[in-house]
Design a protein around this ligand. Structure first.
Ligand code: PLP
Length: 386
């Protein structure tokens, strides 16, 4: 068997403190029981605590009962069900766009969309910290990838000036809430630059969908930038608590994606139970418009506790709160100590974050009550300051 090249790679990762493993958890969500003991999970993306919401589970079950376990074909064959179309209409309306298109996951939404917006002779200007799914999509596109400094509009403008219009397409990509830093892109300024330099703009709203904006519509909508942002991408896997991805865009772009987006065409349509769940989430977001605001107020409170304990949370302004530790092994050791105290705060290491910036990435969810936040902050401060 010609697998002798694998062990050295694994050994090297281990020696750098970068070994990864997928540990099984007995439950999902922000507050879970492990061996009968209540544990606070600060590594769940179920920001609004909806993964076990009764109405959402009922909607998922109804879809399962009505349509069965699978869509049984790709969307362009016979996999499109009425609930796929209903969800797309509701997502488009929520996001303030003409149309929306669902993909199998957020990763696939990026992988399917970016290569259609820019191709071999085009330019993509990407924030230095955009998610791996966007970077992979850029590579897939064959476009020239130009990086600009994180959230730095001057750096973006410099790069845009370096590549004057020659009839090629330009695309700027960024996130509204950054997945590992929890900070917020200066979207209005980036949108103004996109207009000035005749560039398209795509914003990954994986972490602001559900958590910001009117009825959880996200930051693009909150800032009224729907007309300047060509594509607002989102996932159903974070605050929407389930699985799947989507883009909101113009009708024309949707039509083009349906014709040509490989990650849309060459894969089976998302299964009924996940679409049913997403429809249930849409109901909850409509009927409980303040969930995102409560979450952000709790995150503000938690940050203030950490700051009072002299901890630095970078520029976080959202439910995602990083505490940079730096050294990989120390980050893992801190995470383990906290886990022993009933607090899950997974260490995030390179290449997910830049070298030397291993961190605890804490996510606040509505499963965490104020006294949970007090307890967690006290434990984190004491472990990090010891
Ligand atoms: C910013 C960002 N974009 C895209 C994705 C991919 O979304 P999904 O988990 O639905 O594939 C993620 C999540 O991992 C993310 O954090």
């Amino acid at each position: 068997m010609r697998e002798d090249w694998i062990q050295p790679i694994l050994d090297e990762a281990r020696s750098k403190g970068l070994e990864r493993s997928a540990l099984p958890y007995p439950e999902a969500g922000g507050k879970i029981k492990i061996d009968g003991k209540e544990v606070l999970n600060f590594s769940s993306n179920d920001y609004l605590d909806l993964a076990h919401h009764r109405h959402v589970m009922d909607c998922s079950r109804e879809a399962l009962d009505q349509y069965g376990i699978g869509s049984t074909a790709s969307r362009l064959v016979t996999g499109t069900l009425p609930i796929h179309e209903e969800l797309e209409e509701r997502l488009a309306k929520k996001k303030g766009y003409e149309a929306a298109l669902i993909f199998g996951s957020g990763y696939m939404a990026n992988a399917g969309t970016i290569p259609l917006l820019a191709g071999r002779n085009d330019f993509i200007f990407a924030d230095k910290l955009v998610h791996a799914s966007m970077i992979d999509a850029c590579k897939l596109s064959g476009a020239k990838l130009v990086r600009f400094a994180h959230n730095d509009v001057q750096s973006l403008e410099t790069r845009l000036k370096q590549f004057p219009n020659t009839g090629n397409r330009k695309l700027i990509i960024t996130e509204s809430v950054f997945s590992m830093d929890g900070d917020i892109a200066p979207l209005a300024k980036i949108a103004a630059l996109a207009e000035k330099y005749d560039s398209m703009l795509m914003v990954d709203e994986a972490h602001s969908t559900g958590t910001f904006g009117p009825h959880g519509a996200g930051l693009v909508r909150e800032l009224g930038l729907e007309k300047s942002v060509t594509v607002s991408m989102g996932t159903m896997s974070k605050a929407m608590a389930g699985y799947g991805g989507f883009v909101a865009c113009s009708k024309n772009l949707r039509t083009l994606l349906v014709q040509s987006a490989r990650a849309f065409i060459y894969t089976t349509a998302p299964p009924p139970a996940t679409i049913g769940a997403a429809l249930g989430i849409m109901d909850v977001l409509e009927s409980s418009p303040r969930l995102g605001a409560i979450l952000q107020a709790n995150a503000d409170y938690f940050r203030s506790l950490l700051h009072a304990g002299d901890l630095n949370t970078l520029q976080s302004q959202s439910q995602i709160i990083p505490i940079v530790i730096g050294n990989n092994e120390r980050a893992v050791a801190v995470s383990k100590t906290l886990r022993d105290q009933g607090i899950i705060a997974t260490a995030i290491r390179p290449p997910t974050v830049p070298d030397g910036s291993a961190r605890l990435r804490l996510s606040i969810t509505l499963a965490h009550h104020i006294d949970d936040l007090d307890r967690a902050a006290e434990a984190i401060i004491s472990v990090l300051n010891s």
